[in-house]
Design a protein around this ligand. Structure first.
Ligand code: TYR
Length: 290
């Protein structure tokens, strides 16, 4: 058990990330009280049954009042509304943080909605699974993972230190960068891979000559490894692409060029270039530890 970092923490949004944060904070004794809130009455009721928070509030007002830390754990497209809903209830000196997969758009939308007496520290735990909702909760989700913190004009040194201390206590390694740099790095390491997975599953579903049961039966041939993330939450990912449009389109352009080059190597029986390309990418992939 660590000394509590906060007296009261409020978590707004009780999906996989919000619920796992609550459970992790409780497990490590990082707050005296964790109060959860979700806009859906059904999610609130299920969260109450699962019992990962000390209490589930019926209103945002009740959740946020008196909290030193407010964590926004809603889809990126709902961040602005979440920030507006917590704003009137924030205590003096409260810290607001978020867990969105996109940072520049979130900073633009959230920073202006918050009152001057609160600080905002944007964050992104690079952790998750293809499962969603409070039932997907697990306390160790952030253990051994990276968390990116992207301080903005509304972050103070003290508030950044507190948020970094929280993620570190949950077992994450924190790296700090600008919101814009975050968005291009994550476009290639996370957003585009999800888009490719969504796309290939769609292509498989639409092929006239291959049945769905054949795709399922023979998925061990790579489809299964490659497409786990295509089961991810549709609303969350819709919002990621719409809010990181520029970086995603930029990286997607490069991806399409590279794909066209591979297509050309196959068409022209250019085995040497294909092998050279695969040897280079194998070396890179092997340096990533699973
Ligand atoms: N969906 C990813 C997986 O299942 C996890 C993830 C998702 C991590 C979004 C970060 C993020 O922003 O592996």
């Amino acid at each position: 058990m660590t000394e509590p970092l906060f007296d009261k923490v409020a978590i707004v949004g009780l999906g996989l990330i919000g619920s796992s944060l609550a459970r992790g904070i409780k497990k490590h004794g990082l707050a005296t009280t964790v109060t959860g809130f979700d806009g859906s009455a059904d999610v609130r009721a299920r969260s109450r049954d699962l019992g990962f928070c000390d209490s589930i509030a019926e209103t945002v007002d009740e959740a946020v009042t008196g909290a030193q830390l407010v964590i926004l754990a809603v889809p990126v497209g709902a961040m602005a509304a979440a920030a507006q809903s917590v704003a009137p209830h924030l205590a003096d000196g409260a810290i607001v943080t978020d867990v969105g997969s996109v940072k520049a758009a979130v900073v633009r939308q959230v920073a202006d909605a918050l009152p001057d007496h609160a600080a905002f520290v944007p964050g992104h735990p690079v952790a998750g699974t293809e499962h969603s909702g409070p039932e997907a909760v697990f306390a160790d989700l952030f253990d051994g993972r990276w968390c990116v913190v992207t301080p903005c004009a509304r972050s103070t040194d003290a508030s950044v230190k507190k948020v970094v201390a929280l993620w570190t206590a949950l077992g994450s390694t924190v790296e700090t960068m600008t919101p814009e740099h975050h968005d291009i790095v994550l476009a290639i390491t996370s957003h585009i891979p999800h888009l490719i997975a969504y796309n290939i599953v769609g292509t498989a579903a639409d092929l006239e000559d291959v049945t769905q049961s054949e795709v399922i039966k023979f998925s061990a041939g790579a489809f299964r490894d490659f497409t786990r993330i295509a089961a991810s939450d549709p609303v969350m990912w819709r919002d990621v692409f719409l809010n990181n449009k520029e970086a995603v389109l930029e990286v997607l352009g490069r991806f399409s060029e590279d794909l066209a080059a591979l297509q050309r190597m196959i068409r022209w029986d250019d085995g040497q270039s294909l092998q050279g390309h695969f040897a280079r990418t194998r070396a890179i992939r092997r340096s990533i530890i699973d």
